[in-house]
Write a protein that binds this ligand. Structure first.
Ligand SMILES: Cc1ncc(COP(=O)(O)O)c(C=O)c1O
Length: 388
């Protein structure tokens, strides 16, 4: 175990969890496409009874993500939202969850439209503001953070906030989708639970919907395993295999995503058509210092707004290499307008308050040649200039 902790994360991405198949020597974990398992005799089984409860391919993935996130136990779900939903069922009527301003729209929606029916309360808070401490009182049971948050890339000091929450017995849950464990490990910073839409960087190829949760301690692990088995939103064996395969190349992909994002952020900042770039890798970004301290890089996501002289709709429609699509973290560059796409489920008045306007454009910078990405942005910006 000590050796395991000392090796580089690039190695753990490839060889962590259950490495290959000890029975045959296959270098990849086999796909155990089975719903059930033959029992040895009444009352005695192999450790597997039914695939909702446990499946060896899913288990390999769950062990891998637990190791990567430095937690005690991992759980794989059918989507990021299934993982979030399972974690939220840890709470009960009358409890309250604080969520950081501009979390993913679906996270807001499940609290606003589903959990509120069962009396679980929620409130948006600015987790970048130290005054948040005043909100950490009964009936608050958890704080759900994204850092950098989606889509304004606001950075929360995870260690500071998790410390405040811990002192009051409040759980800190971090959605680590934008960073992945390659760049940020919230449990090391004091978080209790880490969530992923593994659909994004972990899968990495826009060909899979999956979610993961990792817990810091055994008691939460027991509770979440009970919930996973009882509610059943598990990831299937083939998708578990695909996700293990995606995770193997996370380091090389993210290095390139990040190199390209730094280049594009800098390029956009210098363009006269761009009013503002939100990217925690830019030295003048308000989150720059905290990001540098708590993560191993700013990642591959950025957002920006155009100046009034440029038409954002014409710009988006004028792109040809960069694809207009929901989602992020795949190898190809994807662009979206959060107000009408990823965050459309947040009512307009709240969106305005948290600065998710129609002018805001979010770019998931892919691993294409960075000059090709910039050239596509350039030609679309030229076409979007309003006649003066
Ligand atoms: C930060 C974040 N968390 C959670 C989710 C939900 O994940 P999924 O789409 O895999 O259900 C998303 C999806 O876009 C996301 O961006």
């Amino acid at each position: 175990m000590l050796l395991e902790r000392m090796r580089g994360i690039e190695t753990t991405l490839l060889h962590g969890g259950i490495d290959g198949d000890s029975r045959t020597g296959a270098v990849n974990v086999p796909i155990y496409q089975t719903s059930t398992y033959k029992q040895i005799r009444l009352g005695e089984h192999t450790g597997y009874e039914y695939s909702r409860t446990g499946n060896p391919t899913r288990e390999a993935l769950e062990k891998l993500i637990a190791e990567l996130e430095r937690g005690t136990r991992g759980f794989a779900f059918a989507s990021g939202m299934a993982a979030t939903t399972a974690v939220l069922t840890l709470f009960k009527t009358g409890d309250k969850v604080l969520i950081s301003n501009n979390v993913y729209g679906g996270t807001f929606r499940v609290l606003d439209k589903i959990f509120s029916n069962f009396g679980l309360e929620y409130e948006f808070v600015d987790t970048t503001n130290p005054l948040i401490e005043n909100k950490l009182a009964s009936p608050v049971k958890a704080l759900l953070i994204e850092s950098p948050a989606n889509p304004l890339m606001t950075v929360t000091d995870i260690a500071a906030v998790a410390g405040m929450a811990k002192r009051r017995g409040i759980l800190t849950i971090v959605d680590n989708t934008f960073m992945s464990p390659y760049l940020q490990r919230p449990i090391e910073l004091g978080a209790d639970i880490v969530l992923h839409s593994a659909t994004k960087y972990l899968g990495g190829h826009s060909d899979l919907i999956a979610g993961l949760a990792v817990v810091a301690d055994e008691i939460l692990g027991e509770k979440l395993h009970f919930i996973q088995n009882a509610t059943g939103g598990i990831l299937q064996p083939f998708d578990s295999f695909l996700l293990i395969r995606g995770i193997k190349t996370l380091a090389v992909r993210l290095d390139r995503h990040q190199e390209n994002a730094r280049y594009v952020a800098d390029w956009l900042q210098k363009h006269p058509g761009v009013a503002r770039v939100y990217y925690p890798g830019l030295p003048d970004d308000p989150g720059y210092e905290i990001q540098k301290r708590q993560a191993d890089g700013p990642g591959g996501m950025l957002s920006f707004e155009l100046n009034d002289g440029w038409d954002h709709e014409a710009f988006i429609n004028g792109l040809s290499l960069v694809t207009l699509a929901e989602s992020l973290g795949g190898v190809e560059s994807l662009i979206c307008q959060p107000s009408t796409m990823t965050h459309a489920s947040i009512p307009e008045d709240i969106r305005e308050k948290i600065h998710i306007t129609e002018k805001l454009i979010r770019l998931s910078v892919g691993i294409e040649n960075k000059h090709d990405i910039a050239a596509d942005l350039q030609q679309a910006l030229e076409g979007a200039r309003r006649a003066s």
